[in-house]
Design a protein. Structure first.
Length: 287
């Protein structure tokens, strides 16, 4: 029986990127739908649920994508609530690549750091990737400084993560507050830049003097670099004693995680793959 992936995208045009990855993950058929909302998704979910017998449902799966992560999360929850009993299919959410990218970044950092002894500074910490990287790091015992231009948004992100990660050690940081930035500089062992594309978030003169800094990861593939002097191709490149990763240096792992997660959808019919589940898939690839 053919493996069918139903691609539900919150944008008008379903992502060609996500479709290509699905093809490369050896999925037989991809059905792509755009402008999918909680209002119109139910018939699409029912089409996945009721067309195959109980023992065949694992041959069908749903992928939630799109550029708006909040809309994707709402759609993901609506899909979950549409299922009942054993009549369901597996679902993965990776809106804007946020889950797979965050997982790849944290896995890269974990090659060099003991998270229980790590203070991580997340630049762009209130964005989709930044929030998920902060969540993953906090769950693994790191102290996480969530940085944003808005202290209110940084605090809201910390509160949201604390609600789902017991014992999370989180600190909000306003990038406009230079005193707080100086304090963060003294503590930081890891920087992950997860801000908007093409925006320099931290100059070299700011991060290179950080005596405690061990790893710097810039997830911006569009010039200028989010972390100045980190190259997009860096992959554990030693720059003045700091191991640096660029977007492409992390991207290979991100792609492996994305494909592995898609393949795992077809092993059973009851998976709901979100941030933590996708990270675990990546961790298993590296074990």
């Amino acid at each position: 029986m053919k493996k069918i992936l139903i691609q539900l995208d919150t944008d008008a045009h379903p992502s060609s990127f996500d479709r290509v990855v699905a093809v490369d993950a050896d999925i037989d058929e991809i059905m792509s739908y755009g402008d999918v909302t909680p209002v119109n998704v139910e018939p699409l979910v029912h089409g996945a649920m009721f067309t195959r017998g109980p023992k065949e449902l694992h041959h069908t799966a749903i992928f939630v994508g799109g550029s708006d992560v909040c809309s994707g999360e709402t759609l993901f929850h609506k899909i979950r609530d549409t299922f009942f009993g054993p009549v369901r299919v597996s679902v993965m959410i990776d809106s804007n690549g946020s889950n797979t990218t965050a997982a790849a970044a944290v896995l890269a950092a974990g090659k060099h750091l003991d998270f229980s002894e790590t203070t991580a500074l997340i630049l762009g910490g209130t964005g989709p990737v930044g929030q998920r990287a902060a969540q993953l790091l906090a769950k693994r015992g790191a102290t996480v400084i969530v940085a944003s231009r808005s202290e209110e948004r940084a605090q809201a992100t910390c509160d949201a993560i604390a609600a789902i990660v017991d014992g999370a050690k989180l600190k909000p940081l306003s990038l406009k507050d230079h005193k707080q930035m100086e304090e963060a500089n003294r503590e930081t062992n890891l920087i992950i830049a997860a801000g908007a594309a093409g925006v320099k978030l931290i100059p070299a003169a700011c991060w290179k003097p950080m005596k405690q800094l061990k790893v710097a990861i810039d997830l911006n593939a569009v010039p200028p670099a989010g972390i100045e002097d980190v190259d997009v191709m860096d992959k554990a490149t030693d720059r003045e004693g700091v191991l640096c990763y660029g977007a492409i240096g992390v991207g290979g792992t991100k792609m492996k995680i994305h494909k592995a997660a898609l393949r795992q959808l077809f092993e059973t019919n009851d998976l709901m793959l979100d941030t933590e589940e996708i990270y675990q898939i990546g961790a298993n690839l590296n074990s």
